[in-house]
Design a protein around this ligand. Sequence first.
Ligand code: GDP
Length: 318
Amino acid sequence: MLRATAGEYTVQALDQSAGCGTCRCTLRGNLKKVFTYSESTETPRRVTRARRPFMQDAVAVGDRVRFAVLRPGFGVVEEILPRSSRFARSAFRGRDQTLVSNLDQLVIVFACAAPHPDLWRIDRWLAIAEYCELSAVIVANKRELIADSEWPGPFAEYSRMGYRVVATSAVTGSGVATLKRMLTDKVSAFTGPSGVGKTSLLNRLQPALRGETAAVGGITHKGRHTTTIRELYPLSGGGWLADTPGLRQLNLPPMGRDALGECFVEIAAALEAGCRFGDCTHESEPGCCVTAAVERGEISQRRYRSYLQIATEVAPRA
Ligand code: GDP
């Protein structure tokens, strides 16, 4: 499913024998509803209630679907296959809004300079990726603005943790081929603050993308409120890119401190040892495995502070 707007869905056929590359589809009516069936064993099973699901979108960009071609270029979606992941933003106009289904990885774009990388925000994005069980790629764009001696600078911390960090320049094109390889055959979404070069990188990755998208609103991360434009763009080398402006405002949902700790890879490793107290806040209690790992240098002071800061927001003390 490449595009979902009210009533019309653009689907890309993976099996070219379906007779078309992309197909404009409607949704079979029953896919939009949740049915309740009669429970009696004496009479044949029948639908007793059909209602539209309120809390979840029936279909979203990224969904794998089965569809029938009615005439060239037009069809009907008959089945939505189970989702392997669902990237949603909660409490949007009172309900969950699925931004993209079956996402494989989050591409977190920051700049080496202009603007300076905000490590606290990188930590947040990584935590969200971990929480959603997505792999993460950190892109350090505008690499040509810093000297070789300054690289990898603050990004080294993330490589040490095991994250993939790729240096790119949308101006010189360096690193773009490496990034493209990382996107091949995956469903990826770009995120990061404005001004870091996401749009420029996307256009470098696939110059035609800009032209292709102009008709439907264009790839733009500036439109903070254009939440209705949700699209998946096929990449020429294989794979898809999700362009969902709503991704930028994602927050971690409320959770316990240990659950948040699991979203910080090095804290998760430390938590395996177990703290003396079951309700440890990992701040000042004796026998805390997290503060012990900080003292041993296994968790950096900065990441620990970042964890505590996010904990005050998503895991307030009772
Ligand atoms: P977005 O808001 O993240 O989509 O960022 P844009 O792609 O709109 O880029 C913001 C500004 O940074 C523009 O003026 C770009 O020309 C510039 N820019 C983007 N990539 C690079 C880069 O690799 N190096 C340099 N020096 N400038 C860049």
